[in-house]
Design a binder for this molecule. Structure first.
Ligand code: SF4
Ligand code: SF4
Length: 367
């Protein structure tokens, strides 16, 4: 399994990491534990989890698997909520250590920063970051990072804060533009870089017969999407949610075929993907500053992308719910219904999309 140095942490991490948010309760615990151990036996050393994943089962499941794995063969990442008090985070770290059955957490994230004001609040006295830094001084945490859903402009500010050794962002072949500049900036400043959602939150594998990443590719869309991240010279770890031995096997085979690209090659790949999806939003965000209603246009268009890829209203609704409950539209006051149809965004759209029509569809079908 290919490995790389994880930015300022100096740790040697595998290109492919195991995401721990797919241990749904329908899957027997035994099977989840077996998948983790199998992934480790096949070479994966980066394991990601968080306290509330899968109705709070994920850390427990990992702990049971880690119990039987040599400590020097795996690295574990978990997270603490950004809107908590220092005391709450202290307790959360204690609980994570106990459940994961380790003496030290290798990588600890200030978790899920969606708005700049959350980051500002987390840095205040008595808030989350204070407890995280204290836990690092005590040796309970080895390295501190951040996970964020914000776009490039705000990612750059987080990198410039100098507080973190690594950063995790949502990123995949169909929405990379919105965070590409931030990702490259983080890499340039020697932060470890991790991407989540490389398979578009499960949309690509669920609709593998319908989705194409490149119009002329003979590979499966899962392979093309995973390799787009694995082969990027700006990404250290690509996280994939794996909850069965079959998925572990498939992902590891794909990772084995991946080769890091040069910057020039990666740029060419990105252009090829965009030309294969001329009618999809690429999340470039050129339209955003032109909307007088301050509607988060690209997030709504990403939701509509799901409908274009799958033709399935339920999957699109799931993505809408996720975006509004946890993702970039969390606490957003502006809905698709707030569009006044002024047309300013369509004049700026790099993909010449009928944004107004798509917002109407979201308003009528999802809001
Ligand atoms: S058409 Fe709607 S979304 Fe586009 S700029 Fe005008 S108000 Fe904003
Ligand atoms: S300009 Fe067009 S392609 Fe770019 S984010 Fe806006 S809607 Fe999407």
């Amino acid at each position: 399994m290919n490995k790389t140095i994880f930015g300022k942490t100096g740790k040697n991490v595998t290109w492919l990491g195991m995401g721990g948010m797919r241990f749904e309760k329908e899957i027997p615990e035994k099977e989840c534990i077996a998948s983790i151990r199998y992934a480790n036996e096949l070479g994966i050393n980066y394991f990601d989890t968080a306290p509330i994943y899968n109705e709070d089962r994920s850390e427990d499941i990992y702990g049971k698997a880690f119990n039987e794995m040599p400590r020097d063969q795996f690295l574990v990442a978990t997270k603490g909520e950004n809107e908590k008090s220092a005391k709450e985070i202290e307790k959360s770290i204690e609980r994570s250590l106990k459940r994961l059955k380790v003496d030290q957490i290798d990588f600890y994230f200030l978790w899920c920063v969606i708005h700049p004001h959350q980051f500002e609040k987390a840095k205040m006295k008595g808030r989350s970051l204070e407890a995280i830094i204290k836990a690092k001084k005590k040796g309970l945490i080895s390295h501190v990072g951040v996970s964020t859903h914000m776009y490039s402009e705000d990612i750059i500010k987080i990198v410039d804060s100098g507080l973190f050794e690594f950063i995790m962002i949502p990123y995949n072949a169909l929405n990379f533009r919105a965070r590409e500049e931030g990702l490259r900036y983080a890499k340039k400043h020697n932060l470890g870089t991790i991407v989540m959602n490389p398979l578009y939150g499960g949309v690509i594998p669920s609709f593998r017969d319908m989705v194409r990443i490149y119009s002329d590719s003979n590979n499966s869309p899962v392979e093309d999407a995973l390799r787009f991240c694995l082969e990027s010279p700006f990404i250290d770890v690509t996280l994939s949610g794996m909850n069965s031995r079959e998925i572990v096997k498939e992902n590891i085979k794909i990772a084995g075929r991946a080769r890091k690209k040069s910057v020039k090659e990666q740029n060419r790949t990105a252009e090829m993907i965009e030309s294969s999806h001329p009618s999809m939003c690429t999340s470039c965000n050129y339209c955003l500053s032109h909307c007088p209603e301050e509607i988060n246009i690209s997030s709504f268009m990403e939701i509509y992308n799901t409908y274009m890829l799958t033709g399935d209203k339920n999957s699109t609704r799931e993505r809408y719910n996720w975006y509004t409950q946890f993702g970039p539209l969390y606490k957003s006051l502006k809905k698709a219904a707030d569009c006044t149809q002024c047309g300013a965004c369509e004049e700026e759209c790099t993909q010449y999309l009928n944004i107004i029509e798509r917002l109407e569809w979201i308003k009528d079908n999802l809001e």
